[in-house]
Design a binder for this molecule. Sequence first.
Ligand SMILES: Nc1ncnc2c1ncn2[C@@H]1O[C@H](COP(=O)(O)OP(=O)(O)O)[C@@H](O)[C@H]1O
Ligand SMILES: [Mg+2]
Length: 272
Amino acid sequence: MYRQFFGFSEDPFNITPDPKFLFLSEEHNAALTLLRYGLEQSKGFMVITGEVGCGKTLLCRSLLQSLDEKLFETAWLYSSNITQEQLIRSILKEIGMPASKLPETDHFEVLNEYLLSKINKGKEILLIIDEAQNLSYELLESIRLLSNLETNQRKLLQILLVGQPELKAKLNQPQLRQLKQRILIYYELHPLDKKSTLNYINHRLNLVCQQPGLPKISYTAFKAIYKYSKGIPRVINNVCNKALMATYARLGKKVDKKDVLHAVEDIERLSL
Ligand SMILES: Nc1ncnc2c1ncn2[C@@H]1O[C@H](COP(=O)(O)OP(=O)(O)O)[C@@H](O)[C@H]1O
Ligand SMILES: [Mg+2]
C-alpha cells in the first residue's frame, strides 16, 4: 500500500520467512554455522529451539538454500498429530518416492531401502521437522529409531528438530534420554538485543529502498518498536509494517513515535 509512496521495491516487513531478507545477527550466524558443521559431521541429531517468531523457520530455509542441491535431498515436515506410518510415508514422499510406490506396511524396511538407494547415488538426506514441540513422546521415539538406520560406515538420515521452548523441556524428560544423548548440535535462538534490532530494521529497509535514506525512523520511534517487540523479529515486522502505514496515512517521511504507538494500538486491538 505504502510501497510506492516510500519507493520500496517490495514490502520490507513481510512476515513470510524469505531467505533473501535474512539478517545474520550474531545468534543467527552462530546457529547457521553450527548447523553446517553438524551436517558435515553427519551424525546425531540437531536441535534448534526458540520463541515463536525468532527466526527458526527462516534459518532452516536459509540453510536449505545454501546446500548443494545435487548432493542433498531434504524432507521438510511440519509436525502435527501424525502416526509413525504417516511420518515415514511423508518422509518417503518428500524425498521423491512416487505416490504409487508408497508402502502400506513394513515401513521401516521400505524407508531403509529407499534411503540406501539414495545414498548409493551419492545423496545426503536431511529430515527437518518444524514445530517439533508438538511431537508426541511415541513419535519422538520413532524418530530416534529412524536415526539408527545406518550402513557400516554412516547414518542414512540426518535429522534436524526445530521447535518452541517446550521442545527443550520435552527433550529433558527422562523417557527421552536416549534421544537426548544423540543430540550433536543444540542451539537456542533468543530475541534480538537493542542494537541488533536497529540493524535488523535497517537491513530490511535497505534491501527494498530505491531512494537511499528514505524513510527515516526517529530514535524515539525505534525505542518504542524495541520496547513493544522485545526484539522478536516477527513482532518487529508487524509493528514496523503498521507504523509505516501510519506514517504514510499522514503523508509523512519519517516514522515517529506516534506512528509506532498507533501501530501497537492497532495490533493490540486485533489480538483481543
Ligand atoms: N534473522 C532474520 N533476518 C530476517 N528476517 C527474520 C530473521 N529472523 C526472523 N525474521 C523474520 O521474522 C518472521 C518470523 O520468522 P520465523 O522464521 O517464521 O520464526 P519462527 O519459525 O521462529 O517462529 C519472518 O518474517 C522472518 O522473515
Ligand atoms: Mg516457524
